[in-house]
Design a protein around this ligand. Sequence first.
Ligand code: HEM
Length: 413
Amino acid sequence: MEPYGPQGTITVARALELPALRRGLPEVLTGADRLDRPVRWVHAGEAPNMAALLKGGELLLTTGHGLLGGRPAEQRAFVRGLAERDIAALVVELGPRLPALPAAVVDTAGSYGLPLVQLHREVPFVAVTEEIHTELVNEHYTLLRQAEEVHRRCTEVLLGGGGVPEVLRLFADFAGNPVFLQGADGRLLYAAGPRGGGAGAADPLQVWDGLRSCGLVGSVVTDIPGRDPGPGAVRARLTVLPVDAPLAPLHRIAAERAAGLLAVVLLQLAMVRSGQVSWEDVVQETLRSQGPTANIPLRYALEDLDTGEGVIPRGEPILLCIAAAGRDPDRHGEDADRFDVTRATRRDHLAFGFGAHHCLGRAMALLEATIALPALFDRFPRLALATPAEELVPLESFLSTGFQALPVLLEPA
Ligand code: HEM
């Protein structure tokens, strides 16, 4: 049996295995087939109206004083109240005042399938509580670290030139469920399924069509904020549907963090579409971050050249790494690898060369690109890579950057 329940919890079985409870010689009387129930918290108490104090998912520790002297009907009502609260398990410590559990308690727990455990030896409840809570906190910490890791990988994907589809794919894998991105108008922009089997993996679109209207219980829905504050400023909506696996609070945390990243990407596209930045800005930032010429060879020093870091003697061949200039952190900052259309230094690159042999076609190249790109994105607003960015194969050239093939989807799902 898995020791951990849904994320952020442990199972009743795991709690019973921990030393503090084991020392009490636990005996499971009912609900033995439901020890995989998640324990959300531990509560110790004796009050007969205990059920009203609980929220569900607790492992309740009691010495059974509340049961003492009660009539069978009251004992039944006590257990029924707890079962209806959906607590994880009822653990009763036997002692001189309660040497055995009343039949009414055992029968009622059995009829509700509630795990009922009796402890044959006295244990300090504070030790049990502390031990289980430590386990729960550790489990939460592990999950937060996982959310952090997903965020880091999404950031890496974006820095490596990936876009919305890659981030969604990564997130779908993490959540083990299909993920959907809608525009502010409700239109579906992208969908991604998790790798591996499952309904969501096979065809996320079919899942979307079938389930979006009924608002599947347990879905995680996160708004992606626009630039301005206020309720009207939602730019998009990220939805994870729990069709293949249940979702936990962790997924909400991770979705909110992914939404922050997506906001930056979508913001750039939205800024271009709304005219806040120009297509020329896009072209310049592309040339800066991924200019088509990597290196220019066949240059020679006509005289001794002092670069500040050493002298290149006259007659020495020089390889000009002009693409590297566009990623220079001293000039473009620590995030030089990131594509950012609003970057102040976006025009500050050497993609067209420099000096006497500076590209003669520069103006024409810029004009062509600033006409072609908006036309392409107008015609195919959802244009997206068909493969993950990290799978693109670079050209086998040290002169040119670019890829051997750039498969795209004109109308992605
Ligand atoms: C985005 C598109 C383009 C890029 C990134 C680009 C880049 C470059 C680079 C790096 C050089 C070498 C500069 C040097 O040797 O220092 C160059 C030279 C040149 N380019 Fe372009 N180019 C582009 C488009 C064009 C177009 C469309 C034309 C013609 C219509 C053109 C015509 C030339 C010519 C004639 C030279 C040689 C200049 C000389 O040696 O004096 N280029 N280009």
